[in-house]
Design a binder for this molecule. Sequence first.
Ligand SMILES: [Zn+2]
Length: 260
Amino acid sequence: MYLGEYAWPDLAEYFEQESLALVPVGSTEQHGPHLPEATDALIAEGFAREAARRTGYLCTPTISIGVSPHHRQFHGTMWADAPAFRDYVESVTRNLTQHGIDRVVYVNAHGGNVEHLREVGRRLRDDRELYAIEWMWDESITERIEAAFESPGPHGGPKETSLVWHLDEELVHPDRLEEARDGGLTAVDEGFGRVHGARTFYDSIDNTDNGVLGDQTDASPEVGAELFEAACGHLVDLAEWLADRPIEALLPREHVSTRE
Ligand SMILES: [Zn+2]
C-alpha cells in the first residue's frame, strides 16, 4: 500500500496491525545523455512500491533529492548538503513512530546516500526510537549484475539504464547509448581514481566528461526486468524478515558488565 493514496481513517487498520514502513530514497541528478535526472528516485520508488504491493506493507512517499554535490557541474542536478539531508531523513523517520512504526527499510538507489542513511539509522537506534536499515538494490544482486554486464559502471551504466528502461521506457533515449558509452568512461577497475591508496577525485566530472561510467550498449529492458525481479525478491524477503523480528532483538544491547 502507498501511503499517499489513502485517507487517514483507512490507514488505521494497518497501523494497528503492522509496524514496518518502506521509505524510498533516491536522487535528482545527471545520469548521462540517455537517462532522466530522476533515475535513482524512479528505481527506489519502483522497488518500494512493488515490494509493498506484494507484501501488503506500507510504502511512504519518496525522498527524491539526495546527497549529490559530486554531480554539480551538470545541468539540473539538485542536492541537499549531507548534514541537512541527514537531519531531514532523521526527522521524517522519527515522526513515523507517532503512528506506531518501529522499523523502517530505506529502499535506496543512490550510492551517495548510503553512508548518510546508515548514520541516520545509527542515531535512531542509539536513541531507541526505532530500527532503520539501508537497502541498496544492486548490493542485493552483485553476482547477477556482474554476470549480466561486462562493464556495469557504478553510475549511469547499463544496470541503471536497464532498470529505468524496464520501469518507464519513455524516459530512456536508446539512440544515445553509444554516445553515452563513447563520451564517458567504460572501464572501471579496482584501482580506479586512486593514487598510492588515496582516493583523489571528488566530482564525477573528474573522471567522465559526460557524467557516466560503464558500457550502456549492453542495456535492455529485458535484462532490466530480470534484475528488477531478482532484487525485488530480496527486498520482499528482507521486509518479512524484519517484520518478524522482536523489537528487543533490533535495538542496542546493554553494556557488558564485569561485576558479578
Ligand atoms: Zn543512479
